[in-house]
Design a protein around this ligand. Structure first.
Ligand SMILES: *Cc1c(COP(=O)(O)O)cnc(C)c1O
Ligand SMILES: [Zn+2]
Length: 388
């Protein structure tokens, strides 16, 4: 294994990977795993990838977990990057691509993070895992915990889509419905976890979900033959994928796989819950809690994110931006994408297609640029958002 330690993303304090960790013990900010990339580069090369398995574990050297420990896996990652010529043509962008994350186990990209985080939690001795979730993270935790033989305790807002609730129960998890938002679910876990012996799996409050999600960046580079796109549109809740991809780009540059040019990163949020867009527009370095958060895109219903400062830094450094989309626009564009591209996308993914049009109209994306949209989940889990 090439993981050497964990480092605080804010104060830089070093932590050991070999015991279960949540946030930085000094400043309560997220921890990042750090690898010996010089040593990684001696076994993991761009060419060596061609012969490897089609899952995120093909990047094993830049993931945690000792080499002799079998990962808890359902075949996550290795999703297709699909050309979206018809929707792109209609919208006036010539080189549009969809990374279709609905094709992951449990039908969302939450599988990436949970596969890696559950593998490490089990390895380090956790037996009871708890997570607050607005939807898909619960299903993913339930699935990987079941496969690992661990308990899953899942706290969801009462108005979470029924598909997510039923999925968690049928995967054997202990589901608790809370009258409130994902932040209230998190508070409930914080209150009870010491007494119950739960290890908290909230995104960026443990160090390894971001590692699973960073493989989005590795896959994208590999699938585009090591030339990153001009623009990435990312539907943003906790921001784990955005933060993870940025980390992957830095690691790949250190490995000599890509140069220093980065895509312009755009966060797409729902107008009913847009803390990052608000903070970006106001020039803030952290984001205040968004009041009365509401949107049918449950993955975007995150009024306060622990990684806010990291996201805002990335959006600015990449010369990207942040944009909101109404729920009605998400629902409308779902059918446009469905009928032109053959994918029944999640409202979160749909938000990015609507945002693309806005950004084109505002001149923030040029028609000849290469744009990648992340469809982070499947519309199948959101049937209650659509007309029958
Ligand atoms: C969780 C989720 C998101 C947001 O992902 P983050 O990395 O936490 O910002 C977007 N779309 C779907 C479908 C999700 O489940
Ligand atoms: Zn710190």
């Amino acid at each position: 294994m090439f993981l050497t330690h964990l480092t605080c993303t804010s104060c830089g304090l070093r932590h050991e990977w070999s015991c279960l960790q949540n946030l930085c013990t000094a400043c309560q900010k997220p921890l990042f795993p750090i690898y010996d990339l010089a040593a990684v580069g001696r076994t993991l090369t761009r060419d060596s990838l061609a012969a490897r398995e089609k899952s995120l574990w093909r990047y094993r050297e830049v993931l945690p977990l000792p080499a002799n420990v079998e990962p808890i896996s359902l075949g996550e990652g290795g999703t297709p990057l699909l050309r979206a010529a018809r929707f792109g043509g209609d919208s006036g962008v010539k080189d549009l691509w969809i990374k279709d994350e609905a094709q992951n186990p449990t039908q969302s990209f939450k599988a990436r993070g949970m596969a890696v985080a559950v593998s490490m939690a089990k390895h380090l001795g956790a037996t009871k895992l708890a997570v607050p979730t607005a939807g898909n993270a619960g299903g993913a935790l339930a699935a990987y915990a079941a496969r690992a033989g661990l308990e899953a305790h899942i706290f969801m807002p009462r108005d979470t889509p029924p598909a997510n609730i039923i999925e968690c129960r049928e995967l054997g998890a202990n589901v608790v419905l809370i009258d409130g938002l994902i932040t209230d679910c998190g508070a409930e876990i914080a209150r009870r976890k010491a007494a119950e012996g739960w290890f908290e799996m909230s995104t960026l409050k443990e160090p390894y979900r971001v590692e699973g999600k960073k493989t989005l960046g590795y896959e994208l580079a590999e699938q585009l033959d090591w030339a990153l796109p001009d623009v990435i549109l990312y539907p943003t809740g906790g921001g784990t994928g955005l933060i993870g991809m940025w980390k992957a780009f830095d690691e790949m540059e250190a490995l000599g796989w890509i140069g220093s040019v980065r895509p312009r990163m755009f966060s797409v949020q729902a107008s009913g819950c847009a803390p990052i867009v608000r903070a970006f527009e106001a020039g803030e370095t952290t984001a205040a809690e968004f009041p009365d958060a509401h949107t049918c895109a449950s993955g975007l219903r995150v009024p306060k994110a622990v990684g806010d400062f990291l996201m805002l830094k990335i959006l600015r450094e990449s010369k990207g931006g942040a944009v909101t989309v109404d729920d009605e626009e998400m629902i409308r564009v779902t059918r446009e994408v469905g009928s032109t591209e053959g994918l029944f996308i999640a409202p979160e993914g749909a938000a990015c297609f609507a945002a693309l049009r806005k950004l084109l109209a505002a001149g923030k994306i040029a028609p000849e640029e290469r744009v990648v949209i992340f469809n982070t989940g499947s519309g199948i889990k959101y049937l209650d958002c659509y007309e029958q």
